[in-house]
Design a protein around this ligand. Structure first.
Ligand code: ATP
Length: 354
């Protein structure tokens, strides 16, 4: 396992002048798990393919453990990869599939058996080792692909490109748990591509949120949730995403529906003109108690999500979403809502200012 450094890397496919990946410098620490998260076309796979060597970047260098591998072919980079679709040898047994990468490296039989058994146990494949891979479900085949990625502990890094795409929704939760457990044990340097924030949040020590060929913020799942640096990240992370509503300026306070939400020091640093937005997570909005300052609102719609409800409320012309636990009684009609000031973030020109 090694650190990965993308040194002033950038890529254009040549078919257009636009950069699929804008010039950037990115460091992945040794032994940590990273998720590249973003919508389709934002450059995730391009970055992954540059690390693996499937793509030579137009600009910059790729360093694995300090070694410049920019022009080194994939096979010589010592990288394990798991793709969207399972890659298994149908004619081989599960054991033979898992053993194959180790046989190719000339490991002796006893050592191979020990390692394969270890990985099979981790992925709950022990009872399947003698079965033909042909008979397995898509989910089980993908487990083998994952196992083949994990089985070599001498790889520089493990790269995964949306490995749960073909998995049935009801199996995803279980597979996510197993991959996480496997990563925690093997401590590979992992770069995991996904457009699913739940996947990214489950696995990653750090997430790189991407948009239009750029990393717009990197941070722990908690940092991205609590301190989204711009409106894009706040909206993309969270389910539903962060509420953004224009703040009314009055007497040095910032108000919503005529009620001061931020006063004094919290307004310092806010640009004196131009639109300022309150950013408030749906989870942080509550119905005000009698003693709390409350913004008058009316309930527009309620969606039942099982253990929680998403309540759409209107404050004047603005619509906000609240996420409340199921046990919280829903007032009807006119309500007052409260946003704790320490939970409110302020944005100007799309970027967080406070
Ligand atoms: P997805 O989740 O759909 O795979 P992504 O975030 O991985 O998307 P990339 O596949 O890296 O995004 O694509 C980034 C940009 O580069 C897109 O605009 C895409 O159309 C373009 N692109 C990707 N591959 C090629 C190619 N081989 N030739 C030309 N343009 C490409």
């Amino acid at each position: 396992m090694v650190a990965i450094h993308l040194d002033r890397i950038g890529h254009t496919y040549g078919t257009s002048a636009a950069y699929a990946l804008e010039k950037t410098d990115i460091h992945f620490e040794n032994g940590k798990t990273y998720a590249l998260l973003g919508p389709s076309g934002c450059g995730k796979t391009t970055m992954l393919n540059i690390i693996s060597g499937l793509l030579t970047p137009s600009d910059g260098r790729v360093l694995l453990g300090g070694r410049d591998v920019t022009r080194v072919r994939t096979a010589d980079r010592d990288i394990a990869q798991v793709f969207q679709f399972p890659v298994v040898y149908q004619s081989k047994t599960v054991f033979e599939n898992l053993a194959f990468p180790l046989q190719c490296r000339g490991w002796e039989r006893g050592r191979i058996a020990r390692k394969v058994n270890e990985i099979a146990e981790l992925l709950d494949l022990t009872t399947r080792l003698d079965q033909s891979a042909r008979r397995l479900t898509a989910g089980e085949k993908q487990l083998i692909s994952l196992g083949r990625g994990l089985v070599r502990d001498d790889v520089a890094a493990l790269l995964m490109d949306e490995p749960l795409t073909v998995i049935d929704p009801h199996m995803k939760f279980d597979l996510r748990r197993r991959i996480k457990q496997a990563n925690d044990q093997t401590r590979h340097t992992v770069v995991y591509v996904t457009h699913d924030q739940n996947e990214a949040m489950t696995f990653a020590d750090e997430i790189l949120v991407m948009s239009a060929g750029r990393v717009v913020q990197r941070g722990t799942p908690r940092e991205l949730f609590e301190e989204p640096r711009n409106v894009y990240v706040g909206s993309f992370i969270g389910s539903p995403g962060m509420n953004y509503v224009p703040a009314e300026r009055s007497e040095g306070n910032l108000r919503l529906g005529g009620v001061p939400l931020l006063t004094g020091d919290r307004c310092i640093g806010v640009p004196s003109d131009g639109e300022v937005l309150f950013g408030i997570r749906p989870e942080h909005l509550v119905f005000a108690t009698a003693s709390e300052p409350g913004v008058p609102a009316s309930i527009l719609a309620v969606q039942d999500h099982g253990s929680s409800r998403v309540v759409d409320v209107a404050v004047g012309p603005h619509r906000l979403r609240m996420k409340v636990r199921r046990e919280v009684p829903l007032p009807s009609g006119k309500v007052r809502i409260h946003a704790p000031s320490e939970r409110i973030r302020l944005y100007a020109g799309q970027e967080m200012v406070s």
